[in-house]
Design a protein around this ligand. Structure first.
Ligand code: HEC
Length: 104
């Protein structure tokens, strides 16, 4: 009885600690994913839009980055994206764009 409860607990503890310890590149991936969460409210989970807002999943990183920079500078007209894009640095835009490119 004791071991049948003990072993899953140990396995769960190992899984949690390996999730918490994700250094190097995994940290950067996580940051792009984290930043992208603020887009999901409108563009859908992972950019897969279910409604009228454009689907941005799997679009090229170049396309997403250029779009965000143009919205931010006002070069491209928008209703909400101009205001939203102003909150991000060049580095953050790059991470967000790379994240959505991977969401095929
Ligand atoms: C408040 C809702 C909202 C949020 C939040 C939002 N968007 Fe948008 N997005 C829009 C709308 C609406 C458009 C159409 C352009 C416009 O009117 O602003 C758009 C357009 C775009 C486009 C152009 C799509 C195309 O087909 O050309 C891209 C790229 C984009 N958004 C990326 C993002 C990213 C990345 C984020 C998060 C950093 C984000 N958006 C957050 C509503 C939103």
């Amino acid at each position: 009885m004791r071991t049948s409860i003990g072993i899953p607990l140990v396995a769960a503890a190992v899984m949690v600690s390996s999730l918490l310890a994700s250094p190097g590149q995994a940290g950067e991936l996580t940051r792009g994913e984290m930043l992208s969460a603020s887009c999901s409210g409108c563009h859908g989970t992972d950019g897969k839009s279910p409604g009228a807002i454009p689907d941005i999943s799997g679009k090229s990183a170049d396309y997403i980055r250029t779009s965000l920079e143009d919205f931010r500078s006002g070069q491209r007209d928008s209703t909400v994206m101009g205001r939203h894009a102003k909150g991000y640095t060049d580095e953050e835009i790059r991470l967000i764009a790379e994240y959505f490119e991977r969401q095929k």
